[in-house]
Design a protein around this ligand. Sequence first.
Ligand code: HPA
Length: 245
Amino acid sequence: MSQLAIIGGTGLTRLAHLEIERRERVSTPYGEPSAALVFGRLHEQEMVFLARHGDPHINPPHKVNYRANLWALKHVGVTSVLAVAAVGGIRADMIPGRLVMPDQIIDYTYSRAHTFFEDDLEHVTHIDFTRPYSQWLREKVLTAAKVAGIAVIDGGVYGCTQGPRLETAAEIVRLERDGCDLVGMTGMPEAALARELDLDYACCAVVANWAAGKQAGEITLVEIEANLVAGLADLAVVLRHLIQS
Ligand code: HPA
């Protein structure tokens, strides 16, 4: 495969089975990435790993330097990015522990540095974002999952909220009315910045909990962690097949 990077989200600060060769801190015109880029081999295949929230996990979603992260990956020669992200499940089949490859996004974030195209411009640029994820990379992951015998949901609308708090039940009703199937906090501006840099970018969402109001009671960290462990174990199997495909 082309030069692949994995951006790890909550629960995935370090990638199991990655044989680390070196770490590189990349300075960018947009500041420092969340962490050093980790170069290594996963099942014999060269790849790069970046912990979105830092290592240790200290950057909340609205404070992640998305521009520096994507710019650094492009700078070292990465051409495709698989972004792993914890989400809440809204649609009935988005069961905690499941993996989902969303195909659309609605952006509810604000005040995040969300474009490379704003200063020192020779002309104004409007990227096409009709299909926010790389269909090529989505299909590669979905095929790998099929071969591996791991159920991954094909498609879904990812609603990206500002965080770091979780949503109210009424906010989830509104997101559902808007057509969102999943809710997370890191999908944007990451996907749009990747498109601005012409990277093949897809998201593998791990459902960590039912979204607010979708189950009785509060959302607890304990359930989030347990569901992430289950989903990330499935993801590890999918990655092995993806890389060997
Ligand atoms: N909402 C937003 N982001 C999330 C959630 C959620 O319920 N779970 C994991 N990330």
